[in-house]
Write a protein that binds this ligand. Sequence first.
Ligand SMILES: NC(=O)C1=CN([C@@H]2O[C@H](COP(=O)(O)OP(=O)(O)OC[C@H]3O[C@@H](n4cnc5c(N)ncnc54)[C@H](O)[C@@H]3O)[C@@H](O)[C@H]2O)[C@@H](O)CC1
Ligand SMILES: Nc1ncnc2c1ncn2[C@@H]1O[C@H](COP(=O)(O)OP(=O)(O)O)[C@@H](O)[C@H]1O
Ligand SMILES: [K+]
Length: 572
Amino acid sequence: MREAHSVEQVRAAEAALMAVLPGGALMQRAAAGLAATCAGLLGRVPGSRVVLLVGSGDNGGDALFAGERLARRGSRVDALLLAPKRAHTAGLAALRAAGGRIHPADAPGFLADAQALVGGADLVLDGIVGIGGRGALRPPADVLAAAAARSRALVVAVDLPSGIDADTGAVAAPPPGPDRAAGPAGLDAPGAAPGPVAGAAEAVEGVGGAWHEAPPRPAGPGLPGAAARGDLTAHGTAAQAPAEGDAHAVFGTGMALTAVRADVTVTFGTYKPGLLVDPGAEYAGVVELVGIGLTPPAPVLRAAQHADVARLLPVPARESDKYARGVLGLVAGSERYPGAAVLATGAALRGGAGAVRYVGPRPVGDAVLAAHPEVLVGDGRVQAYAVGAGLDTGSEARARLATVLDAGVPVLVDADGLTLLAELGKSALARVPGALLTPHAGEAVRLLAGLGLATTRADVEAERLATAAELAAGYGATVLLKGSTTVIADPYGETWANPTGTPYLATAGSGDVLTGLAGALLATGLRPVDAAVCAAYLHGLAGRLASADGVPCAASDVAAAAPRAWAEVRRA
Ligand SMILES: NC(=O)C1=CN([C@@H]2O[C@H](COP(=O)(O)OP(=O)(O)OC[C@H]3O[C@@H](n4cnc5c(N)ncnc54)[C@H](O)[C@@H]3O)[C@@H](O)[C@H]2O)[C@@H](O)CC1
Ligand SMILES: Nc1ncnc2c1ncn2[C@@H]1O[C@H](COP(=O)(O)OP(=O)(O)O)[C@@H](O)[C@H]1O
Ligand SMILES: [K+]
C-alpha cells in the first residue's frame, strides 16, 4: 500500500526528526537518494549533462546537494538559480566546490543561456519548489519548465513536480494577462509575488497570449528512459506530452507551463496526496519514494497495490453455497436503456458473488437472460443491491429505488439512481446499512446540489479528494468518485486514490461495468469502502488488459477482462 501524508503532517514529522538529528542530515539523506536515482536514470554518469532548476527553498537545496554528488561522479552540472539571493547557501557552496557552474537569474542573458542549457541537457532536476509551493510557477520558472518539456532531457522532479498542489494534485491555471513572459530578474524580482505577473520578455520570442499546446516531448535516445523503470510504481508513464485539450498548462507558443511535467518524481519520506491524484499524478510521471526516516501518523490518503486488493478479495469457503457467497440484486436498465443492465450483469457475474438477481422490466430481463443465462430474474432475497445504471428517472424508477433503500441490505447507488437520490436528499439513505455512491463528476455536482452546495464539474475535477470527502460526510455514505483518477472516501474519513486505469476506460458503459463489479463485491460482504477500492482497482486493471497495445476496447471487453485482472492481482 502506498500512503500519502499532507504537507502539515510531513512538516510535523520532519520537525520531530530534525530535533534529534544533526543539522542538515535530512537534506543529505534526501539528496543521496535523489542523486542515486538520477545516476541510475543516466546510466553513465561521467560526461553527462545535468541542469538544476533551483528555487528559493529547501527543495532547491536538495537539488544543489544532489548536483554536488553527480558532479563529484563526473557529470557536468549547471545550476540555474531562479532566486539568486535566496538560494540555499550551503548547497551552493557544496556544488561550487564540486566544480558545478552557477547561473544566477539576474545575470545578463540568463534566460537565453538557461534555455540553451536545458535544451542540451541529459537530465533536468526540478528543484524549483516542493511542499512549500503555492500556485502556478512564476517567471522565469514557467518558461524553463516549458523548455524542459520540449527538451530531450529526462525531467526528474525533486519531492514533487513544481507547480502542483502537494495536498490536492491541483495544477493552477496561469494568472490572467497576455504578457506572461519571464522577467530577467527571476524569483527575487519585485514582480515575483503570486498572482498576475507582467514582465518584459528577455530572449522569449513569440509570446502572444494565444493558447497553444506545448510540443510533444521527444524520447531521449541513448538514455535509459523512465519507461524502462516500471519497477518504481504501477502508476504513471514516461516522457509525457501535455494531454490533448490540456487547459491548465501552456501559454504563449508553448513557451511557459504552470507546472513542471516530470518523467520521474523522487519523493521524500512519504507520498504526497498530489502525487496520487490527477492532474498532479499525471505531471509526476513515475514516482519513487526515498526513505529519510520519517515516522508520520495515519495517512490522509492511501493507494492500494496488488497485494492489498488480493487480501480483500473474497474466496469461497470449502462448503460455501451460492447463497453463502452472496447474492447481488441488480436494479438497472429500462426499456430506454436496456444495455446498462446487460453490461452491469456481465460484470457482476465476474465479481465474486454466488448469484446475480436481475430486478426490472420484463423486456430488459429477457435481454439480460439472453446475454447471461446464469442470471436469476425477478424479486427474491439478496445480500446487497446495486441500483441506478440505465434506470431512468420516471415513476417506476422512483418506486424501485424506494424499495431497495428500504430493504435493510447494503446498497450501491449509481447513475440515474444518483439523480433521484440528489432530489430525495440524504435522509433517503437513513435505513441503508452501508451505502456506496459511485458518481462521475457531473453526478457529484447533482449530489452536492442535493446538500445545498452549488459547484461545477470543473471544480469537482480540480478538487476530487475534497469533493469525495464532502459527499461522504454529507450523505453518510461511502463515495467512489469516478474520473481519470478515481477517488474513494468513506464517512469516517478513510480516503483512497485508485492507481490503476487507462483513458480507454472513457467509453460508454464502462461505469455500468464498475457498478456490477462493486455491487457483487458488496454482496459478498465486503465493507463498502473495501468493495469500492477492490472494484475500482480491478476495473482499472481490466481496462488496461482490454486495451493492451493501445487497442480501444468496448465496455463489454472490460467486463470480459475482469477475470484476468482478478488473476493478476491474485498472483501477487
Ligand atoms: N524540511 C525537511 O526536513 C526536509 C525538506 N526537504 C525539502 O524541502 C522542501 C520544502 O522546502 P521549503 O519549506 O523551503 O519550501 P520549498 O523549497 O518547497 O519552497 C519555498 C519557496 O518557494 C517559493 N515559492 C512558492 N511558490 C512558488 C511558485 N509558485 N513559484 C516560484 N516560487 C515559489 C517561496 O517563496 C519559498 O521561498 C521539500 O519539498 C523537500 O524537497 C528535504 O530536504 C528533506 C528534508
Ligand atoms: N480519462 C480517464 N482515465 C481513466 N479512467 C477514466 C477516464 N475517463 C473515465 N474513466 C473511467 O471510466 C468509467 C466511466 O464511467 P461513467 O462516467 O459512469 O460512464 P458510463 O456512464 O458511460 O458508464 C469510470 O470508471 C471512470 O473512472
Ligand atoms: K520540485
